[in-house]
Design a protein around this ligand. Structure first.
Ligand code: NAD
Length: 425
């Protein structure tokens, strides 16, 4: 099957054999033969050995691709690395519904990360705070002297903010160094700058710097995505109303919001991992941002437009990079960036936000209508079939029977497998 144009809409993509899916993606993303061969390769052991310590081997995850995405008028196939069934299908389905009303629209702030320096043993914190701000230019220049590459690319230290915090140790000063990290995630860049500033801050304040480290609450590096979900495609305005009822619980209750946001991260993490980014950094930033007003809440908001369609929006920090870290070392991360056709961290952040919104829409849509289990059943049934001991062709046959019966249970799978084997003798 060939991609007739640069559209990410492919009906029945999930039914194609793997080699045909690969061929479609190869053509869509203009992959070379060498790049396309990476689909069937594992991370080489030498690269793995350079990435972490005490390496024994590599650990594989399924890599799929979400289809149907239209973001700011451009078609995307979105690579997703995840072990969880239904995630890729749900994102693709949500993207199809969003497409009818123009897909996803995104925006993002500048790539500003925050580094923290914790100053202790300062006698007069108010005067010390003023003194720090009086030396702002000198401190920023020192920070920028640490990363000429970043500065030459138009990034670098932009600002200093000073906070005085009350603590069990007495008043302490926390200095925030705000750095434009361009296309990097920025942790190493910011940490290096923070460490360089510590002696000068101690000299200015006669205090002692304890911590000098990036904050993962990257609330100056926000990304937003919005989409309108057509009421007719959702099954009518009553479904939109049911959806909004479901959403309301996430908005007011942390018990629900945690699960709601976990669903968002199902999509975001899969893209983050596929592109060699730091999923823990993204998770930490997202959840801290969800609690920014003192109560943990939903990262998405939903409302109805004047025609009764559902309007969804997501906003969260998105500290992603296309340089540095594993993004540059892992060959599949580079391949996934090529499939995405992105050339900046900003584009990647906006794709990640869009998939987060899509994933969340899909989950709430299912929960508000048929329930979440229906979509999960077919792949879940295959897992149960394997657990029951099915092999080869038996897996699909058994899974089909389990779904048809509506009893996707291990005990039943074992019974059915026994019968199946007896029949084929
Ligand atoms: P890095 O230091 O490997 O790369 C960033 C550097 O690349 C910049 O400082 C710059 O000198 C250079 N560069 C070249 N081209 C660039 C461009 N177009 N835009 C920006 N910089 C460019 O990586 P990093 O992004 O500073 O750090 C990311 C890594 O740090 C990740 O692997 C992450 O897991 C890890 N880390 C995270 C934390 C945390 O989240 N708290 C803490 C420590 C380390």
């Amino acid at each position: 099957m060939s991609a007739p144009s640069k559209t990410s809409v492919v009906s029945g993509f999930y039914k194609l054999p793997v080699d045909q899916r690969r061929a479609f993606v190869k053509e869509f993303a203009n992959l070379t033969n060498e790049e396309a061969e990476l689909f069937s390769s594992c991370l080489d052991i030498q690269t793995a050995d350079r990435m972490i310590e005490n390496v024994l081997g590599t650990f594989e995850l399924p890599l799929g691709v979400a289809v149907n995405f239209l973001i700011n008028g451009k078609d995307y196939l979105i690579p997703m690395a995840t072990e969880e069934s239904s995630v890729v299908a749900a994102a693709s389905n949500a993207a199809k519904i969003a497409r009818a009303k123009g897909g996803f629209c995104t925006s993002s702030s500048a790539p500003l990360m925050i580094g923290q320096l914790q100053l202790l043993h300062v006698d007069d914190v108010v005067t010390a705070a003023e003194e720090i701000l009086n030396h702002k230019d000198k401190l920023l220049a020192l920070a920028n002297a640490q990363d000429k590459i970043l500065v030459n690319l138009g990034g670098g230290a932009r600002d200093l903010e000073v906070r005085i915090l009350d603590s069990p140790l007495g008043n302490m000063i926390v200095v925030h160094l705000v750095v434009d990290v361009r296309d990097a995630m920025g942790a190493n860049a910011v940490n290096t700058m923070c460490e360089a500033l510590a002696p000068m801050l101690e000299e200015i304040t006669h205090g002692y710097v304890r911590l000098k480290i990036l904050s993962n609450l990257a609330d100056k590096r926000l990304v937003k995505a919005t989409a309108v979900f057509d009421k007719e495609k959702m099954g009518g305005e009553h479904v939109v109303d049911a959806f909004l009822e479901s959403y309301t619980l996430a908005a007011i209750d942390p018990y629900r919001a945690a699960t709601h946001n976990k669903g968002i991260m199902n999509g975001i993490d899969a893209v983050i991992i596929a592109t060699g980014n730091d999923s823990r950094a993204i998770e930490a930033g997202a959840h801290a941002y969800a609690a920014r007003d003192g109560q943990y809440t939903s990262l998405t908001t939903y409302s109805k437009d004047t025609q009764g369609n559902l309007v969804g929006e997501i906003e969260l920090p998105m500290a992603v990079g296309i340089v540095g870290g594993a993004a540059n070392m892992h060959p599949k991360a580079k391949l996934c960036r090529k499939i995405l056709g992105i050339t900046s961290a900003k584009d990647l952040a906006e794709v990640a936000a869009s998939i987060g919104l899509a994933q969340n829409f899909a989950a709430l849509f299912a929960l508000s209508t048929v329930g979440i289990q229906k979509g999960h059943m077919s792949l879940h049934a295959k897992n149960i079939a394997v657990m029951a001991g099915a092999q080869g062709d038996e897996i699909d046959k058994l899974a089909e029977k389990l779904v048809r019966e509506g009893k996707v249970r291990l005990d039943r799978a074992k019974e059915l497998l026994e019968t199946l084997r007896k029949k084929s003798k």
